[in-house]
Design a binder for this molecule. Structure first.
Ligand code: NAP
Length: 284
């Protein structure tokens, strides 16, 4: 078997076309133009590149963006000050703090300080709590939302599927498990203390690899025909690779390219969340 491609780039284009039309209609009717504020702390080149791509995607659909940079020496309090300023700014629809920040930044405090309405990555405890409780109104985090939309758009059944998520971070693994559960998958969440990762992975109709470990998932860990989502962005010899070992494409039924699978979907969901944040913020 050779896996069919789960083409994140192509699905993202559908989302951009939809948002571009909604932004144009909103502005034509006198509504406010959404604006995304991006925040980067430090000089990590990958973070700078991701933020440039996000701003380019925003511009292409008619969403404004502001780029805020703090030096790597910035303190948590300085970042909190910027967040407060962006919370108060009525022209800002959504705030995206590019992760990871330098290690000394207390992201728990920073995320809790975000106005939940402007929290376009669904990280604030209020949004995360609504998602965890399965209640309406929470913002779905970009990468997990991108994964489920990519599956849905590709016609892969989630309801009733055995879904195995490898990785339990608050950013990716845990919310991905919750969003799959919300869509009625039977979900197993694996991590470093999981005793039989291969055994769990082999049961998966949908396997999400988000451990950040190159070649963690070997082809004998994949159920024939499974949909395999390779979230991770590991850098090996200057090249982006995911968590999959060689030959997975021969066993899987569906596979995300990496790059070109989850990354484009993450950015598309950020743009969608920014538009929806402006609708909520402005009340129209
Ligand atoms: P993270 O915070 O480092 O979490 C990694 C998770 O994987 C942890 O829960 C860890 O378990 C688990 N893990 C690590 N090694 C494992 C192993 N050998 N077996 C089983 N579980 C293992 O990373 P993250 O923020 O979730 O990101 C995961 C990856 O996705 C990274 O490569 C990141 O760059 C990438 N990413 C991509 C996108 C995108 O748009 N494509 C977006 C966000 C992140 P413990 O909890 O037990 O330590």
């Amino acid at each position: 078997m050779t896996a069919r491609i789960l083409d994140g780039k192509a699905v993202a284009q559908h989302i951009y076309a939809d948002i571009a039309a909604r932004v144009a209609a909103r502005v034509a009717h006198g509504g406010s133009r959404p604006k995304l504020a991006t925040v980067v702390v430090g000089d990590d080149p990958a973070s700078a590149q991701y933020v440039r791509m996000k701003q380019k995607n925003a511009k292409a659909v008619g969403i404004d963006s502001d780029d805020h940079r703090l030096p790597s020496t910035a303190t948590t309090d300085q970042l909190l000050e910027l967040v407060e300023q962006l919370n108060r700014d009525v022209t800002v629809s959504g705030i995206l703090i590019q992760q990871p920040p330098p290690a000394h930044i207390d992201m728990t405090r920073v995320i809790a300080a975000l106005d939940p309405i402007k929290d376009v990555d669904g990280a604030h405890p209020l949004n995360a709590g609504l998602i965890a409780l399965g209640l309406p109104g929470g913002v779905e985090p970009c990468t997990p939302a991108g994964i489920v939309v990519l599956l849905e758009h590709s016609g892969i059944p989630i309801e009733g599927a055995n879904a195995v998520v490898v990785g339990r971070s608050n950013l990716v693994g845990k919310p991905t498990a919750l969003l799959l559960l919300k869509r009625n998958a039977t979900v197993t969440l694996c991590h470093t203390r999981t005793t039989d990762l291969a055994g769990h992975a082999r049961q998966a109709d949908i396997l999400v690899a988000a451990a950040g470990k190159p070649e963690l998932i070997s082809k004998d860990m994949v159920k024939p025909g499974a949909a395999v989502i390779d979230v991770s962005t590991n850098w090996v010899d200057g090249k982006q690779v995911g968590d999959l070992g060689p030959g997975v494409a021969e066993v899987a039924g569906w596979l995300t390219p990496n790059p070109g699978g989850v990354g484009p979907m993450t950015r598309a969901m950020l743009i969608k969340n920014t538009f929806e944040a402006e609708v909520r913020r402005s009340g129209a």
